[in-house]
Design a protein around this ligand. Sequence first.
Ligand code: FES
Length: 110
Amino acid sequence: MSWLDIGALGDIPQRGARVVKTVHGCVAVFRTGDDRVFAMDDRCPHKGGPLSEGIVHGHAVTCPLHNWVFSLETGIAQGADSGTVATYPARVDAGRVLIDAARLRAGRAA
Ligand code: FES
């Protein structure tokens, strides 16, 4: 993997997100309450809601438009809703947030 440093963990509020613009679109990078980070496309598969503006709870995010809930780990909608958001490998190293640049460049998601 080729890791891209997108900033300090402290720059993302707990249970918040920041948006990274890529050639393939915007990627939302989430920080959970237990200081894990997850990256996924910032576009809800339902009607395009900005997931980065959703509510983070546990390792999931609720879309701000119609409340669909997605796993941050798999990108799969939970409950009765159906749909999947593309996810990207992300991790924290020495207080820096890293996402898999190779995956972004390729335009492929996990
Ligand atoms: S746009 Fe996300 S739930 Fe409708």
